[in-house]
Structure formats: C-alpha cells, structure tokens
Design a binder for this molecule. Sequence first.
Ligand SMILES: O=C(O)CCC(=O)C(=O)O
Ligand SMILES: [Fe+2]
Length: 310
Amino acid sequence: MANSTLHLPIIDLSSADRISAANSIRQACMDSGFFYLVNHGIEKDLFQRVFEESRKFFMLPIEEKMKVVRANHRGYTPLFMEKLDPSLTSKGDSKESFYIGPLEDTTTPSNLNQWPSEELLPHWRPTMEDYHCRLLDVGKRLSSLFALSLDLDEDFFVQVGALNEPNGFLRLLHYPGDLGISDQQLYGASAHSDYGMITLLATDGVGGLQVCREKLGQPQVWEDVHHINGALIVNIGDMMERWTNCMFRSTLHRVLSTGQERYSMAFFLDPNPECVVECLKSCCSDSSPPRYPPIRSGDYLQERLRLTYA
Ligand SMILES: O=C(O)CCC(=O)C(=O)O
Ligand SMILES: [Fe+2]
C-alpha cells in the first residue's frame, strides 16, 4: 500500500512577520512536531560541500574509519552498531554515522572531537566546523521563534541557560543502500523520537524518512516526509516535549531501507547540560499538572544515549 505524504508547513526564518511565523511553528509542533525551514541563510554551495566531504569520509576503508571510532559520543559508528528502537529483536540499524560535538568545549580540558586524517581529507575539518557554526546560529535564531510561539519572552531559552554553550551535535549519516540482506525488519533508522530540543535535518533528496503522528495508534500510520530543495527539515525532541507538557509533540520517525544509497546530516540542538528542563508555566494548570519532574538536561541525555547503545 502506498504511504501518504505528510504536508508540512514551510516556515520562513527571515520573515519580518515574526508573530505569524511563531504561530505557524506552534501549530506545526502541536500537529506533527515537524516543519520545513527556509530562508535560513545556509547557501546551497555549503550543503553541497558538506555532503561531498561526508561522502569522502564514508568511502574510506573501514580500517581508516575505525581510527576515529566513537568515544565520548564523538566520531565514527559502524553499520548496525546503533539500534534506535531497542524493542526490535533484529539487527541494528543499517547506517553508519559520524558525530561532531560542540566546537568550543570549555567544560573539559581539551575538546573531545575526533577528526579524520588531514592528509587524506584536508578540507574535512574546516568544512564541518563551518557547517556546525552555521547550524548553531540557525538553531539559536529559531529558538527565539519557539519562545514566541509559547508566549514567552524571545530570549527565554537564553535566560534559562539552555543556549549558553548549548550542546550542539552534528551527526553525518550514510545509509548504504542494498546490502543483499533479506531481513524484513531492516531499517535505515528504526522508529525513535529525538532526545533534545530542536533537530535540523538536511538530506540528499533520497526518500525514506517517515513520521508517525500517533505513537499509540494501532496500527501505527506512517507518513512520508518529502525533500524540498534547500529547506531544512525541523523536528522537536523529547526535551521540548517535556518543557511544553506534551503540548508540542516529539513524534516517532524512522528511515526505511529503500535499497537506494542515502546521505543525510542531522544537527541536534540540545540545552546546556546544566540547564534544568521543567514544565513551562504557560503549559500547565490545575487540570493539567506537569507530567514530568524537572530534570537536568545532561542527565536526561546521558540516560537516553546509554539505552540507545546498550
Ligand atoms: O536521516 C534522516 O533522514 C533522519 C535521521 C534521524 O532521524 C536521526 O538521526 O535522528
Ligand atoms: Fe531522529
């Protein structure tokens, strides 16, 4: 049966009418937790260069990639090593990935990021650093629209300490396409919700991304999210859902293995680890008390990552 397509609103980050943009974000986050973002200021040329460098890394021999294998949640994760849906009994997800954490990490003596050999990939690090910085900037600008969408002061997420040295993680993803493995339950990325605040996703245009708006619905209905050239796909994560007492929805999504090779890049904008995420006053009342206790962002993230890589 053909899947239906999810029609998502397109939000203009540079719109002069910030109130309308904020209202559209509010509607999108209550409906599906997903929308497209345009006029974000990242040029097509930069996307192309980042995808090209990402491709060069994943094409390296496995021995070379294993030199920067994931440590402290940074670096390379080989195929099938991650299972986003821990309830699945089948193999792990059919993807390989590379994580780049915050560029200026003053909480540790040295930055923990790992980089592939400069001799092999001379443009890699500067290209990734450039893209990371630009996405962080987009995420910060977008978070002030989020604050407006929740009837808060534009600077709310700065005031609560979320965006003072936020936890920005760029994840490069490569879904290898047809591996000749016949497993009904093989996913590029199995069903999950993101853990943090806001995710900014760029894909190469190859399909496979799907969203399930009602996680408790039976049977679950999965809708395709289409690619729009130059637009970022934005979705919210579980910490935003906690902040809003589930008014904004962090929805399940997954990437099907379509047999076609696919590249994507997800940027997870998460609050500073010390930031306490607790129900916003505007999102609770006597009849709708907070559903979750306050939690330190760093503690929450650590536990979720532990379960993913268990
Ligand atoms: O590759 C994609 O399109 C989505 C990836 C994703 O959902 C994730 O990394 O959390
Ligand atoms: Fe995700």
